[in-house]
Structures are given as structure tokens and as C-alpha cells.
Design a protein around this ligand. Structure first.
Ligand SMILES: Nc1ncnc2c1ncn2[C@@H]1O[C@H](COP(=O)(O)OP(=O)(O)OP(=O)(O)O)[C@@H](O)[C@H]1O
Length: 576
């Protein structure tokens, strides 16, 4: 009888405990879903440390009202400065001065542009004269029009018709960038008779073949699909090619595109104009320029600038212990959900997938762009995020280059970039165009802090945000329970954890990002595990592992040029 009593008592206890657990979970879920604000709302100073200090000092001598006025004026001055200082992207030169065809000029006017950006003012006249150009200018400074305007003018003046086939080819490293550049080309050709088309991986090959056979005068393409059509599509006329553009040339010449690019260039007519553009250059771009461009014009509008990133960009970093990373991310997203437009970068496809699934599971609304998703879905997501006023996009580096998404408030680099070059392109998704502003946040663990020195050496100014553990959501236990009890999420977390570690191990800057220094228990905690899952990890903890990526000294060599180089390479997991 006594035993029975005890059993009954303990099962009652269990029931009470489980009810309490359920209540706690519901509370956390509610917090995460924003129905209830956490006690301590402010997670991150919207202004990094240095600037905040200055403001405090000023506040001692000025009344709040006076300070508001000063701030307003400073803001106005800042806007003016972007438009008129030497460091700004704009010139006072009007497009009218270029003597363009009426139809091209009409389109530019309809796009709302009157004055040229610096890269446009320098590159367009040279390209119109038929010169080869190697063009460098910071992210978001109008490089697309710098090569597309001369491309359209050339097609018009040579009077290309569909029967002549392709006269201009623009090669882009990612599908979304190709879609975007195709859109700009289409706008520019609106009043012309010349045709425009795109070839991108993941789209219907047969449809592309039909379009090519009809004749595409201006073709925008990604390398793999372009090579496929060059080799296999009857009726694709490219013997009349007059102008080849490589956008994001340094990326296109990295290891995983290099072979395709060599084959493409071999197949194309040799007598043509060629031009390479990017915000960052590597020795490979310069080598290619030397061997394949005919007395090229080198244009680097930002040479000698104190900073390589945009004036309107406020860049910060925060040092978060490895085990707290996930909590930090979720607290950050929760704070800004529905209020800001945010892009979060991850190092691998599987990690992006897991974090998207987890966010959605706990009612943080988000979109994702990464490899392994059907292209039509990827394209729809891309346009959805372009149109959105606020929202969260989780992505791999597939979204790091070239994408022109309006009004992004925050770029969060949750997983660190491979090097300063990758950093520059990622943060370049905000503060784009004339006078634009944006914020960037780099999340580092205490072991990775040395990366800041590399950023400073590459002329990238970053300020520290203070990390305050007490302001994180108190949800670790809840997350661990969620991941362990949900089979699909659990499997996804394992894949994410595995690829995060192999991704980390393939880092080119091994003196900063060393997989052998990772505390696997802490890493596991940031994927919602109580202890590291028992999975085979392809890293040699003793030090015998050889990464396929080039080592860090490759980067050091390029660093002196002030434009970061990066080591590319195929790895055992999918980065994009
Ligand atoms: N002359 C101009 N005046 C005002 N805005 C412009 C002008 N030219 C381009 N822009 C705008 O500036 C933004 C950035 O242009 P674009 O996408 O060409 O940048 P980019 O230099 O190619 O950047 P990235 O290096 O990131 O690829 C776009 O929104 C574009 O419409």
C-alpha cells in the first residue's frame, strides 16, 4: 500500500513537472514569437562603442534639444558629403555628355539616373571607344551600367539583328546575379530592337536552346550553363561575338570556375573587346588581364582611399562565446523581426537550411537562399526579399556578390567570411548607391578576434559592440529539447554541425580560424545539442589534415594591394 502511495505520488510529481515544463516552453516559444517582449529588450547597441562614447561626452554640455538639432545637421551634412566629397561614388557629369543613342538615353532617364557614378564616368567612354577595361570600384557603385551601357550602344551601332546571334556576353558567378543583370539589360534595351536573354544553371535547358536558336544579341549567363550550350547547342551563333564582360571577375577566376572559364574562352572568337569588373581584384584577374586583354585601360576609382567599404556603412563586430552563438542569433533576429530588413550569412548550405528550419519552427519568419533549392523557388525568394520592406533572409555566399537588394538595414555575418574579400562583398549588400546607409555586424568567437587585424590591414574600419550575456533569451534548454525531440530538425542539426566543422577546417586563414581549436561541446551547443553528436568528422585533430583550399599566405601576399584576395577551392561540403 505504501509503495502504491509512493508510486502515485511520484507520478503526480511527474505530471506537475511536465505541466510546468510545457508552460515554460510555451512561454519561451511566445517570447521567441514576439508575442511577449523579453525582460531585457536591448540586445545590441545600435551604435558601436567608439561612437557611443563621443555622444555621451557631447551630452554633458548640450541639452537634449540642442543635441537633436546638432544630430539632424550632422546627418544632413553626412548625406551631402556622400554626394559631393572625393570619397563619394557620384560625379557631376551627366549621362547626356556621353552622346548616347536616343533610345539608350531614354531608358537611363526612365531609370531615374542623371549623373554618372565615378566608375561609369571613367569606364563608359573607354569602352565606347572599343578599349579593353579592367574596372575596380567599391560595391554598389554602379558597375553594372558601366559595362551594360557600352554593350547596348555597341549592339545598336553594329545593327545586330537576331540572325547575327550573340554580340555581347556577360558572365556572372551566381544565378541570382545573372537574373538581376539580365533585368537591367532588358530595361536598357527597352526601346531598341536588339534581343536579350539569359542562361543559368537550374533553368529549363530546352527553353534556353529555343531562345538561343532564335538569336540572343545580349546574353547574360553563369559559366557552367554557358559552357554546356557552347558545346552542345546547335544553332547557338556566337561567332560574331564583339564584347565579353566578366562581372565579379575575381570570383569567376577562382578554382571552381577556372576550368569552365578556360574552356569558354577557348571556344569564343579571339577578336573581340573584353572587360573585367569587380569590387575586389586578385593576382589572377591581373594575370588574365595581362595575357588576354589588348592594351587594357586600368580603372580603379577607389585607389588611395582610406577605406575600401562605403561611407554610409556602419560596421561593427561582437565577440560571442561559441556556446552562446545560437542564442545570440535568435535574440538578435527576434529583436528586429518585423522591424528591419536583415541578411544573415552562413558558411554552408546545410547550416543555412538548419537555421531556417529552426527559426520557422520557433515562429521567426525567414526566407532562405542557398544551393540545393529548386531554382524557381530561389528566384521567387530573391524577388520576394527585394520587394519586402522588412524581413530576414538566411543565405550562403551565393548571395554575397553583386545582388542589389534595396534598403537592407543589417548584414549579419553569423559564420565568419573566408577572408576580407568575402567580408567586403557580403557587407556590400547594404549601403549601396548614392548616399545610402546600412549596418553590418560580424559575429566572432574570442578565438577568432585576430581577424579584426586583417580587416584593419585591408582598410576596413570595424567597431566593437559589447556582448552582454544577460540580455540573451533564456532559451538554451528549450532549444536543446526542441532539437532532440523533433526528428527532422535533429537530423538537420547534425548535418549542419558536420558541415560547419568541415567548412571551418577548410578556412584559408588558418592562423585565425583553426578547426583544431574548436571546442566541440560549445560548437554543439550552438546547434542545439547538449553534447557533441557522435558523427564522423573529417578533420584531423592531430594536425595531419591538408585542406584543399590554399593557405593563408596566399591572402597575405595580396593584402599589400589593399584589395583582398581569396583562396578558392572545391571542398567536401557545399558552401553555396
Ligand atoms: N548613375 C547612377 N546614379 C544613381 N544610382 C545609380 C547610378 N548607377 C547605378 N545606380 C544604382 O546604384 C546601385 C548599385 O549599382 P550596381 O548594382 O551596378 O553596383 P555594383 O558596383 O555592380 O555593386 P557590386 O560590386 O556589389 O556588384 C543600383 O541600385 C543602381 O541602380
Amino acid at each position: 500500500m505504501a509503495n502504491l502511495d509512493m508510486e502515485q505520488h511520484s507520478s503526480e510529481n511527474e505530471e506537475i513537472k511536465s505541466k510546468k515544463r510545457a508552460r515554460d516552453n510555451a512561454k519561451i516559444l511566445k517570447q521567441l514569437a514576439m508575442e511577449e517582449e523579453p525582460e531585457n529588450e536591448v540586445l545590441i547597441d545600435e551604435e558601436p562603442k567608439k561612437k557611443k562614447k563621443k555622444k555621451k561626452k557631447d551630452a554633458k554640455v548640450k541639452s537634449e534639444e540642442e543635441e537633436d538639432k546638432v544630430e539632424e545637421e550632422e546627418e544632413k551634412d553626412g548625406d551631402k558629403a556622400v554626394a559631393t566629397t572625393e570619397n563619394g561614388i557620384m560625379t557631376n557629369e551627366a549621362f547626356e555628355l556621353l552622346g548616347l543613342s536616343d533610345n539608350t538615353f531614354k531608358s537611363i532617364k526612365e531609370m531615374g539616373f542623371q549623373r554618372m557614378t565615378q566608375i561609369q564616368a571613367k569606364a563608359i567612354p573607354a569602352l565606347l571607344m572599343g578599349k579593353d577595361v579592367l574596372g575596380a570600384a567599391r560595391t554598389g557603385s554602379g558597375k553594372t551600367l558601366a559595362f551594360l551601357i557600352p554593350a547596348v550602344e555597341l549592339l545598336y551601332h553594329v545593327r545586330f539583328t537576331p540572325r547575327n546571334g550573340t554580340g555581347v556576353m556577360v558572365i556572372c558567378p551566381t544565378r541570382e546575379l545573372a537574373i538581376q543583370s539580365y533585368g537591367v539589360a532588358k530595361e536598357l534595351l527597352k526601346y531598341h530592337s536588339q534581343t536579350v536573354g539569359k542562361l543559368i544553371g537550374g533553368e529549363n535547358r530546352k527553353k534556353e536552346t529555343e531562345i538561343l536558336q532564335k538569336g540572343v544579341n545580349l546574353l547574360v549567363a553563369t559559366p557552367g550553363r554557358l559552357l554546356d550550350h557552347l558545346q552542345n547547342t546547335d544553332g547557338f551563333v556566337y561567332k560574331n561575338l564583339k564584347f565579353l564582360v566578366m562581372d565579379e571577375a575575381d570570383r569567376i577566376l577562382e578554382q571552381n570556375f577556372e576550368e569552365d572559364m578556360k574552356k569558354i574562352i577557348k571556344l569564343l572568337p579571339k577578336t573581340r573587346q573584353t572587360s573585367l569588373f569587380s569590387a575586389t581584384q586578385t593576382s589572377k584577374v591581373e594575370d588574365l588581364a595581362r595575357v588576354s586583354l589588348a592594351s587594357p585601360v586600368y580603372i580603379d576609382v577607389d585607389e588611395g582611399r582610406k577605406e575600401v567599404t562605403n561611407e554610409g556603412l556602419e560596421q561593427g563586430y561582437i565577440v560571442v562565446p561559441s556556446a552562446k552563438r545560437l542564442l545570440f542569433l535568435l535574440t538578435f533576429l527576434k529583436k528586429f523581426q518585423g522591424k528591419k530588413k536583415i541578411m544573415v550569412f552562413f558558411s554552408t548550405v546545410k547550416s543555412t537550411k538548419f537555421h531556417t528550419e529552426l527559426c520557422r519552427y520557433i515562429s521567426i519568419d525567414c526566407l532562405e537562399i542557398r544551393g540545393g533549392i529548386d531554382q524557381s523557388k530561389r528566384t521567387a525568394t530573391f524577388f520576394q526579399f527585394i520587394k519586402a520592406e522588412t524581413g530576414i533572409l538566411l543565405c550562403t555566399n551565393v548571395a554575397a556578390r553583386g545582388l542589389d537588394i534595396p534598403h537592407v538595414d543589417w548584414i549579419v555575418q553569423y559564420d565568419p567570411p573566408d577572408d576580407p574579400t568575402e567580408y567586403i562583398h557580403r557587407v556590400g549588400r547594404t549601403a549601396r548607391g548614392e548616399g545610402a546607409k546600412g549596418k553590418a555586424l560580424l559575429v566572432l568567437t574570442p578565438d577568432e578576434l585576430q581577424f579584426i587585424q586583417y580587416l584593419n590591414a585591408a582598410k576596413i574600419p570595424v567597431y566593437e559592440h559589447e556582448f552582454e550575456e544577460g540580455k540573451l533569451l533564456n532559451a538554451q534548454e528549450f532549444l536543446e529539447k526542441t532539437v532532440s525531440e523533433n526528428y527532422a530538425l535533429h537530423q538537420s542539426a547534425i548535418e549542419a554541425y558536420k558541415t560547419f566543422i568541415s567548412g571551418y577546417d577548410s578556412h584559408s586563414m588558418k592562423d585565425v580560424f583553426n578547426a583544431r581549436q574548436l571546442d566541440l561541446k560549445d560548437v554543439a551547443a550552438s546547434f542545439g545539442f547538449t553534447s557533441p553528436p557522435k558523427v564522423p568528422l573529417k578533420i584531423d585533430r592531430e594536425g595531419g589534415y591538408k585542406s584543399k583550399r590554399e593557405p593563408v599566405n596566399k591572402y597575405n601576399r595580396d593584402r599589400g594591394r589593399g584589395r583582398g584576395g581569396r583562396a578558392g577551392g572545391k571542398t567536401k561540403f557545399e558552401r553555396y
